[in-house]
Ligand binder design. Structure first.
Ligand SMILES: Cc1ncc(C[n+]2csc(CCOP(=O)(O)OP(=O)(O)O)c2C)c(N)n1
Length: 316
């Protein structure tokens, strides 16, 4: 399958997955609590996933479902984990916010903002120390770059020339705060200059641009060029989570960014190039729908963990 189609297929899967979770936690109330979804940001995950190899390590944050799917994690096992079932990636103990899928080297999802960044330095150091050819990609939001952990981690990664790509998804908001309310910096990428680190700013709604940038970043990392901070400019269509009313997000701003939908953007360029028909698009959309429907059925039919299992897998 050509790269464009792979990117489109993945974005459609992520979109459907997140829309379904939104529905499950709002309308149908089959899921308790709230969901943190990445609707509108699919290109960042899809483009990155397509650029990585299975041995590459993923460290991610609270907005993780797209990253995990694009890294090759199974929708069934992610969904079962979110439902808290025994068949989930972490036997129902992590829920939506802390999924690890070591099977695809997605080693850590942490909702401690900025918490994953030093961990990524650790896995990148392991690659360098053991002489293994893999990179670590660490996702975080613009808000995480205000944390001390971000600065300490970037300093060390640069000093030790580690094979790590710091992937900042700048979606304009940090909770209910716009970027200009939490920093005077206009581009997060400029922060890496303090650590003499290479940077790049990429249109985060252009899946192909993300793919090309990450493919090059990976190759450079592996050739010993050291770490890189890539800032993806994108936008969160929904609120911080599915209980957020978005009162602070101007409606016209949301409309502008919906006009830059990453799925529609790729669809338009493929259609123009004559590599996609409307029928085929509908078929891909329907396939994504079936995959997610299957995941929900799998999760709902799966058993709950037994209370006696609560203390299993506790190492300390
Ligand atoms: C250390 C820490 N501080 C605060 C929070 C509460 N919190 C959870 S998500 C979030 C917003 C993070 O924004 P950003 O890093 O920009 O990512 P985004 O949600 O925009 O994807 C905050 C403040 C937390 N989980 N951890």
């Amino acid at each position: 399958m050509d790269c464009n189609k792979q990117l489109l297929r993945m974005m459609l899967l992520i979109r459907r997955f997140e829309e379904t979770l939104t529905d499950l936690s709002q309308e149908s109330q089959k899921l308790g609590g709230m969901m943190i979804v990445c609707t509108g940001q699919e290109a960042v995950a899809a483009g990155t996933g397509a650029a990585l190899s299975p041995e590459d390590v993923l460290i991610t944050n609270h907005r993780s479902h797209g990253h995990l799917l694009a890294k090759g994690a199974e929708p069934d096992f992610i969904m079962a984990e979110i439902f808290g079932r025994r068949t989930g990636y972490n036997k129902g103990k992590s829920g939506t916010l802390h999924i690890a899928a070591p099977e695809v080297n997605a080693l850590c999802t942490t909702t401690v903002v900025g918490g994953g960044i030093p961990i990524a330095v650790g896995t990148a150091f392991a690659a360098q120390y053991t002489g293994k050819d893999f990179v670590t990609v660490c996702f975080f939001g613009d808000g995480a770059t205000d944390e001390g952990s971000f600065h300490e981690a970037l300093n060390l990664a640069s000093l030790w020339n580690l094979p790590v790509i710091f992937a900042c998804e700048n979606n304009v908001y940090t909770g209910a705060q716009r970027m200009e309310e939490h920093t005077r910096v206009k581009d997060i990428a400029t922060r890496a200059a303090s650590y003499a680190m290479r940077t790049e700013i990429v249109d985060g709604n252009d899946a192909l641009a993300v793919f090309e940038a990450m493919k090059k970043a990976r190759a450079d990392c592996l050739s010993g060029a050291g770490p890189l901070l890539v800032e993806f400019k994108t936008y969160r269509w929904g609120g911080h989570n599915t209980t957020d009313t978005q009162a602070y997000q101007p409606k016209d701003e949301i409309a502008v960014w919906k006009g830059r939908c990453p799925i529609q953007k790729l669809k338009a360029s493929m259609t123009e190039a004559g590599t996609l028909t409307e029928d085929e698009f509908r078929r891909l959309e329907s396939e994504a729908g079936k995959q997610v429907e299957h995941a929900v059925q799998f999760a709902e039919a799966s058993p709950w963990p037994e209370p006696a299992e609560a203390l299993e897998d506790v190492y300390v």
